[in-house]
Design a protein around this ligand. Structure first.
Ligand SMILES: NC(=O)c1ccc[n+]([C@@H]2O[C@H](COP(=O)([O-])OP(=O)(O)OC[C@H]3O[C@@H](n4cnc5c(N)ncnc54)[C@H](OP(=O)(O)O)[C@@H]3O)[C@@H](O)[C@H]2O)c1
Length: 293
């Protein structure tokens, strides 16, 4: 099965390449190789590649940056997936598209079901929701949208890598304690995307994160404890829980964005792994690859 990955230079794109199963003929394109916001380029590239499946891990992911560049976010997160869907339709390919918990407003108290009402709080969430809609309109049965949240890996800029850097540099940290979500190791997410190839009948919206929930503060404490135990940090620093009001950002974030995984777990026939176990695995992965970014 020929599979084309877009956004190959990102954290999910890189993990997808590392976990590509045997028997898959994989083509992975970075932004430099294919800019998904250029319609003609997308149509030509996909027509030339003739994939059976396209996995879109490309996105404009700067949540705060999107507030000042909403048009750019829409081009990449909404128009781009639409072009991919059109290109997939032309060659009969299936499209797996990745989306976000930021399509929700965070007012829920129970995990969001894939059918829960969407109401993005910011420009990034709006652009991602628009991308979901484009994909589903153009490819109603041959597409699957997988929403996820709080993604990190040993690659690139993410909460875990940022915390490890700050914990090494500073003598104390203040971390938001009133936003609750589910951290998700990109390597596990990548394996789920590959598993979804075994279910060509599945379409529509699905959710996947690591299991459980926590605040950013609790996540930071767990990162520090586990990094100390692994020798990734030398000494402990105090971490203070703070409310969101004390850490203003350009984009408003959902206060609660835990996703209900039931449908995806039922489809795949397995439960998600706890976020603590996945964090441990990521930190061990990081320790095993000290020179990679
Ligand atoms: N990170 C999170 O916490 C999070 C949470 C929920 C959902 N998601 C979703 O998960 C997916 C993967 O995210 P990630 O964390 O792997 O993001 P990432 O590390 O920022 O990777 C995104 C990749 O997309 C590329 N890209 C940006 N604009 C592009 C364009 N016009 N054409 C082609 N490629 C382009 C980026 O290239 P450059 O770096 O060169 O710009 C980057 O390599 C995205 O759909 C994202 O919305 C992420």
């Amino acid at each position: 099965m020929k599979t084309l990955i877009l956004g190959a230079g990102g954290q999910l794109g890189r993990e997808l390449q590392l976990s590509c199963p045997a028997g898959i003929d994989m083509v992975a394109a970075t932004r430099g190789e294919l800019d998904i916001s250029r319609q003609e380029a997308v149509l030509a590239y996909v027509a030339d590649c003739q994939p059976d499946v396209i996995i879109n891990a490309a996105a404009y992911t700067a949540v705060d940056g999107a507030e000042s560049k909403p048009d750019l976010a829409l081009e990449i997160n909404a128009e781009g997936p639409g072009y991919l869907a059109l290109a997939a339709a032309r060659c009969g390919a299936r499209l797996l598209h990745v989306s976000t918990d930021f399509v929700f407003d965070g007012s829920a108290t129970e995990p969001y079901d894939p059918r829960s009402e969407t109401r993005p709080l910011g420009a990034y969430g709006h652009s991602k929701l628009a991308g979901e809609c484009r994909v589903r309109e153009i490819l109603p049965t041959q597409s699957l949208v997988l929403r996820t949240a709080w993604v990190y890996s040993r690659f690139g800029q993410n909460f875990v890598n940022t915390m490890l850097r700050l914990m090494a540099e500073r003598d104390r940290l203040r971390v938001v304690d009133d936003q609750v979500g589910a951290p998700t190791w990109a390597a596990g997410l990548a394996k789920v995307l590959w598993s979804l190839l075994e279910h060509p009948e599945a379409s529509g919206i699905y959710h996947w994160t690591d299991a459980g929930r926590c605040s950013w503060y609790a996540f930071a404490c767990e990162i520090q404890a586990r990094a100390l135990a692994l020798g990734l940090l030398d000494s402990e620093i105090p971490i203070e829980p703070i409310p969101t009001s004390e850490y203003p950002t350009p984009a408003e974030r959902p206060a609660f964005s835990v996703l209900d995984l039931g449908a995806t777990e039922a489809l795949l026939g397995r439960q998600s792994t706890s976020w603590q176990d996945q964090l441990q695995a990521m930190l061990e992965d990081l320790k095993a690859h000290p020179d990679e970014e």
